[in-house]
Design a protein around this ligand. Structure first.
Ligand SMILES: [Zn+2]
Length: 231
């Protein structure tokens, strides 16, 4: 039986605002309906979450506005808070440690050497920890993954080329954004994908073609428009 698509259906909250702080945790609210987010497959911006400074209200609310509330509490009638964020962040940081090159270009000695060889050209962040099963194990064993990710069998496309047929496959359905990010990290660890941070929006993305600077066609377009406006 094949493991099938990861499916995320959620909401980002562009109108979210911080309302206060209790101990270490920020509380936030929102108005409006939010922006629907429907994704098939993993997204590499789990690494953006792994980099968040949870003491910085702008970083916290920026993530909620752009990608959503990790535990899905937030709605126009219910406030959300950052309780539990540090736990998710720690696990995602562990996952991110399998990749070379941080956002600022620092990383392992090997990576620093590679960057010198590339002479300013962007060097992707590589998943060089080949035997990373122990990290995947830690993520799979976390209560969040166990409690919040459902595997739903369905009949879909399995096999490739001449073996392609309809057969039983599993859809992976996370219950909240935190579980979606964890599952994304697991799939990226498993596939050892290369990543880069988008030069327009700052989101990490999977580098499918060497030297790509943008996460999407819209970020590429926005970047060239802003460059023209500067001129
Ligand atoms: Zn982008």
């Amino acid at each position: 039986m094949a493991l099938g698509e990861l499916i995320w259906t959620g909401r980002a909250w562009p109108a979210a605002e911080i309302v206060g702080r209790t101990g270490d945790d920020f509380t936030f609210k929102t108005s409006g309906k939010g922006r629907p987010v429907d994704l098939v497959g993993p997204a590499a911006w789990w690494r953006n979450f792994s980099e968040l400074n949870l003491d910085d209200p702008d970083a916290v609310i920026g993530f909620v506005r752009r990608h959503g509330d990790p535990f899905g509490q937030l709605s126009p009638t219910t406030q959300g808070d950052t309780a539990g964020w540090a736990y998710v962040l720690a696990l995602l940081k562990l996952a991110a440690s399998c990749w070379t090159r941080n956002r600022d270009g620092t990383g392992t000695a090997l990576e620093t050497a590679l960057a010198k060889v590339a002479q300013g050209r962007a060097v992707p962040s590589l998943c060089t920890v080949w035997d990373n099963g122990y990290v995947i194990d830690a993520l799979l064993a976390s209560p969040l993954f166990v409690a919040s990710v459902a595997f739903v069998p369905h009949v879909g496309e399995v096999g490739e080329g001449v073996t392609a047929r309809r057969g039983v496959t599993m859809r992976i359905i996370p219950e909240n954004l935190a579980a979606y990010m964890m599952t994304s990290a697991i799939l990226h660890l498993e596939n050892h994908v290369s990543m880069a941070p988008c030069e327009q929006c700052g989101d990490w993305f999977v580098e499918r073609r060497r030297g790509t600077q943008f996460c999407s066609a819209s970020c590429r377009a926005a970047h060239s428009t802003s460059k023209k406006e500067k001129k």
